[in-house]
Design a protein around this ligand. Sequence first.
Ligand SMILES: [Zn+2]
Ligand SMILES: [Zn+2]
Length: 258
Amino acid sequence: MKDRTDHSDFYLKLTLLGTGTIRSQDGRACTSILLESSESTFLIDCGSGSWLRLHELKRDINHIDHIFLTHFHPDHISDLIPLLFSRYHAISPPSHAIRIYGAPGLIKLYKGLSEAFGVWMNDSRFQVTELTKPLSRISDFQVTTFALNHAPESIGYRFKKAQKVISISGDSGPCPELIELCRNADIAILECSFPDDQPDEHHLTPSEAGQIARQAGVKKLILSHFYPEVLRENIMLQASRNFSGEIQLAEDGDSILL
Ligand SMILES: [Zn+2]
Ligand SMILES: [Zn+2]
């Protein structure tokens, strides 16, 4: 993690902590993405294995300022408890609160988790915010949310800083909002759950993801959230049928500097 005391320059880095799904595979934790800037550190989703990946990649959990949840399926949130518990028991706990964002329903979810896991979760250093408006200013980013086609609470996040745009879908099937989420993005990280011959209304195939990227005018498409069956196919070939821009198939630990 970049030392926040020695930078005045523009700094924006994405790290893919987890690129898999709940169907476990070698080398892939469940979904999680780290977004680091010169002023803040965001974690977008924190599925199983992301807590371990942070340690492996030498990232300090105490530096995370904000956690954004795309939806409440376990492969996107189940390391929230160890992340917060680790923070709660930090030897040198950070003075600032960690803020957790999600769609309406997040407070109910958090309350239920705290009833199950203990009152320590009600510590004032853990702040839970439901995003009820589509546009927010959070730290050094403009954050726009889009309701997507997956679970009722699913939202995608569009992070903008200094004219750089990063769009992150979480899980979603094709929908007009997904195109708007990704409109002219420098980087769009889309899920790519199933191969072209096994489409699912609430997920994307490679060619559907490519089509979204083309319609949105994305500069670089990163595909992630792979079920084992799609990994047996030529994902690049299927995605590039509809998108001629740069495509990256995500692996755990990949980093992209913007
Ligand atoms: Zn899901
Ligand atoms: Zn998922």
